[in-house]
Design a protein around this ligand. Structure first.
Ligand code: CUA
Length: 335
């Protein structure tokens, strides 16, 4: 074997790892968007640097041993006792010091910095419930309800209450904070804070069934005044449909299966299985980030939800084409 042959494999593997680790810059844990994530990426770099030095030391002694394989004793003439001292120092003492240091650092520094806000200290509460497979989003004290998009005011401490309505999910927005498990019957809390207005994608990071991979979300941080406008608009009931098509679509929605599972505030539709659709047309994505919220994608989704998310609970509706078109017009009117 030539010295070059292991490198033939090592280089593509290393390059692939770097590419995979960096995929989707906006979900990059190493470009923090909050003080909490700053601490997490700091811990990463410290651990990484420590590991690199450790690996370097091990490689150094391996190479030293290999180059001196035909000579006895240590460089500088040390004997067996010196050898044992090195083993005890580097094999026992240094790991104890380094690992205790890292434990102390991550426990006191990182975990404390990323912990849930002290009760009553946050300026806003958001209640997010994981469901198979979407995120139900509520703002306690208001009637606002949405799904898969969590609007927050920027530069504000927001307390997120993480719940589950079925199985264990895990809420994770990589640029803002660590993960938090959503456990049925056991609400957890985490701090959400965004330094700057912007869109911070997140996802479910605990396997929760067939469509776990299609359980995405967006945290949309807005300037505080803009957020307040959004929250009051989101709290209002749906406006009555303005066109004849949308009015007929509303009737189709109400008498068909839709209203049994979805709520449209201000109408008779008050189902609780699926996402609240009161202002669905103002959202950016559909089906928890699976599709864009365009007329074409919306129609394709309603026509056959299982084509995009096999196993989800929304039934396929077989509607006459007039009814179907009007239903889409109605959903599009829910701004
Ligand atoms: Cu929810 Cu994975």
């Amino acid at each position: 074997m030539t010295a070059g042959s292991p490198l033939r494999f090592a280089i593509p593997i290393a390059a692939g790892t770097v590419l995979l680790a960096g995929c989707g810059g906006s979900r990059d844990v190493l470009s923090p968007g909050s003080p909490q994530q700053d601490k997490i990426s700091e811990l990463f770099w410290i651990t990484f640097a420590g590991s690199a030095i450790g690996l370097g030391a091990v490689a150094f002694f391996l190479l030293l041993g290999w180059f001196r394989r035909n000579r006895s004793g240590l460089p500088g003439g040390g004997g067996e006792r010196a050898g044992n001292a090195i083993v005890i120092a580097l094999g026992v003492a240094v790991p104890i010091v380094v690992l205790s240091g890292l434990f102390w650092y991550s426990d006191l520094h990182t975990i404390e910095a990323t912990a849930a806000p002290a009760p009553g200290s946050a300026q806003l509460q958001v209640e997010v419930t994981g469901r198979q497979w979407f995120w139900d989003v509520r703002y306690p004290g208001t009637s606002a309800a949405t799904a898969n998009e969590i609007h927050i005011p920027a530069r504000t401490n927001v307390e997120l209450i993480a719940k589950s309505a079925d199985v264990v999910h895990s809420f994770w927005v990589p640029r803002l904070n660590r993960k938090i498990d959503m456990i049925p019957g056991h609400p957890n809390r985490i701090l959400l804070h965004a330094d700057k207005p912007g869109i911070y994608p997140g996802r479910c990071s605990e396997f929760c069934g067939l469509q776990h991979a299609n359980m995405q979300l967006l945290v949309i941080a807005q300037p505080p005044a803009e957020f307040q406008r959004w929250l009051s608009a989101e709290s209002t009931p749906a406006r009555p449909p303005a066109s004849a098509a949308a009015t007929h679509g509303q009737a189709v929605f109400a008498r068909g299966a839709c209203g049994g599972c979805h709520t449209v505030r201000g109408t008779a539709a008050d189902g609780e299985l699926g996402p609240d659709l009161t202002h669905v047309a103002s959202r950016m994505t559909l089906a928890a980030g699976t599709l864009r919220n365009t007329t074409g994608d919306l129609a394709a989704w309603v026509a056959d939800p299982h084509r995009f998310k096999p196993g989800n609970r929304m039934p396929r509706l077989l509607l006459p084409s007039q009814d179907f078109g009007d239903l889409i017009a109605y959903l599009e009117s829910l701004r």
